[in-house]
Design a binder for this molecule. Structure first.
Ligand SMILES: Cc1cc2nc3c(=O)[nH]c(=O)nc-3n(C[C@H](O)[C@H](O)[C@H](O)COP(=O)(O)O)c2cc1C
Length: 201
């Protein structure tokens, strides 16, 4: 198939859209939308977010002062609020109040949980490193709090119930999650076994 070389950029589509929230030193909550988010460790559970350190980001300043943040997962019915939190700055106005989002203090770290989000991870900052324009902030997950309505009987998050917002940087749009394509691991293990059997003859 013919290939084309693309303009230089870090292609990050698709990513799950998250909302990171923090208190400033006066105890005021701010939050911003992020697409640079990844799971960075299973044990201990850690997540890493990337925030542009070359531009003024109030949430970044706040979280570095308090050494904590909450990572929240918005649903597709909150796409307007999510986009707004990514185009306005807490330096200009009280974004959370403007959109009617309320907060409660996290139990394990000094950071605000956004009550309206169905899934939130309370995180203590354990590492930062700046790569190019972005500071990578790694938080160790200290507590996970979720609406019962998004859980299955085993207490696991069901994506089809959470309905996360997928951000497509290539086209500048938000998408929902499609249906199941395959079982994870089992599909690869079946192919691995097949290839090994083939080799053995
Ligand atoms: C879909 C979307 C994704 C974004 N992803 C990031 C990101 O990963 N890193 C970042 O630094 N800013 C990102 N932003 C921009 C910030 O959310 C934005 O600059 C925000 O106004 C910062 O607010 P604050 O000053 O209150 O912290 C994103 C915005 C949108 C709409």
């Amino acid at each position: 198939m013919a290939k084309k070389e693309l303009k230089m950029r870090a292609v990050v589509a698709p990513t799950e859209t998250v909302i990171v929230s923090a208190y400033d030193k006066d105890g005021k909550a701010d939050a911003c939308t992020l697409a640079f988010y990844m799971v960075s460790s299973h044990v201990p559970p850690c997540v890493t977010i990337g925030i542009n350190a070359t531009q003024k980001r109030k949430t970044l300043k706040d979280m570095l002062e308090t050494k904590a943040f909450v990572l929240g997962f918005p649903s597709i019915n909150q796409v307007k609020e999510t986009d707004y939190l990514g185009v306005e700055s807490g330096y200009q106005t009280d974004k959370l109040v403007n959109i009617g989002f309320t907060t409660s203090p996290a139990e394990t770290v000094y950071a605000p949980i956004i009550n309206e989000l169905a899934l939130s991870l309370e995180c203590e900052i354990v590492h930062t490193v700046t790569i190019g324009s972005h500071m990578q902030v790694t938080g160790e997950v200290k507590r996970i709090i979720a609406d019962e309505t998004i859980l299955n009987e085993r207490g696991r998050v069901v994506l089809e119930k959470l309905q996360p917002i997928i951000y497509d940087e290539e086209e500048g749009i938000y998408l929902g999650v499609g249906g199941k394509v395959s079982d994870a691991f089992r599909t690869g293990i079946a192919l691995k076994k097949y290839l090994e059997d083939e080799k053995r003859g």
